[in-house]
Design a protein around this ligand. Sequence first.
Ligand code: GLY
Ligand code: MN
Ligand code: MN
Length: 447
Amino acid sequence: MSALLTPFMARRQHLLAQMQPGAVAVLPTAPEAVRNGDAEYPYRHDSYFYYLTGFTEPDAVLVLVAAGAGRAAQSILFCRPKNLEREIWDGFRHGPDGARATFGFDAAFAIEDLDGEMARLLADAPALWYALGHSAALDVQIKTWLAAVRRQSRSGVAAPAVAHDLFALLDEMRLIKDASEQATMLRAAQISGRAHRRAMAAARPGMYEYELEAELLHEFRRSGAQSPAYTSIVAAGANSCVLHYMANNAQSRDGELILIDAGCELDGYAADISRTFPVNGRFTEPQRQLYELVLAAQAAALAVARPGLPYAGMHDAATAVLAGGMLELGLLERAVVGNVDDVIAERAHQQFYMHGTGHWLGMDVHDVGAYRDIHLAGKPSRPLRAGMVVTVEPGIYVRRAEGVPERFWDIGIRIEDDVVISDDGHRILSDNAPKTVADVEAAVGRS
Ligand code: GLY
Ligand code: MN
Ligand code: MN
């Protein structure tokens, strides 16, 4: 295995090449978290750590040493030692030797050896890279290691004089998804698209939101996804106007829309898909008008989802369509708010569209990576590049309010797809989830 260059090893090499000769990087995985009593939350590794290792056990730390002074670069893992007694209770552990061979590290040690080894590895290292200001526990450990190195100063050993933010390098790397990441994200999105189709097929007026949530979970797990990537939103009727609705405990009624925002996590990568459908399988005229408007806004955003164009252009395009539609349909009154430009300048559309049109998507649902070029004057929106993955998720949310036409009350709609920017445009990863009015109506209530 270690003879092959895995994507994880390639990423470690890429990171090491960006560090000063002899510099050391330290990256722990996530801690386990107590849920209550002696029960723990299902364990989820740290995304950065996984990106560089592929290793999913808790109690692990990656240390990278950049090449320098005649020494080759080194990737070192610290992890739980083999323990047959504990493995009877908790399951398999790779142990240092197994992890080294399976994951292609140059060396591996038991996690108990970390403090001693760090005092050795940091001796005379010119710089230390770690996640600045993210973990009080890591800050304390680093202080201990540096103190141990400084105690050797009389014998001429120097401690690192400079610290750098490791995440600044990793965020940029994570922003551009490599081929293996894109393949996993396609699978995650397709599983999630099938889950949306399954929920639509199961829908009947009178169903509880949690019954539809169960359909999503069923499809995620039967397809091999480990979990939802975030708490699923299943919102019937007026609940669809609550952006982060998570109670999922209300009963649907005939004539209502259901808004579902749900995606699975597969092998560490998230999908994030929203669909909205009439629980009885037929849009009312006001529902259809708003649905078509959101769909047109999404099409406008997708039309500018290609390399070289600014990230923010997608939001601008969607917002222009939505604002125009709000005037056309009478949600906003021209006599009061003026034309489309006035609406956008005064942000009048935010009464009904109050969120952005998307975000980076990857291992984290709201994935890492800068949205603006901070090195240019005015910090403009970044140009899209092949390998970036974004969500495109316009919506409209009409709460009951004086002055708002009653026929639109309690209608909340979001249409969200996962999109990878390609050399010549983009590819929609979630294209198997029904989306046109005809496809959605045909999909509802079919099981
Ligand atoms: N599901 C979270 C989002 O759409 O951003
Ligand atoms: Mn979403
Ligand atoms: Mn999203």
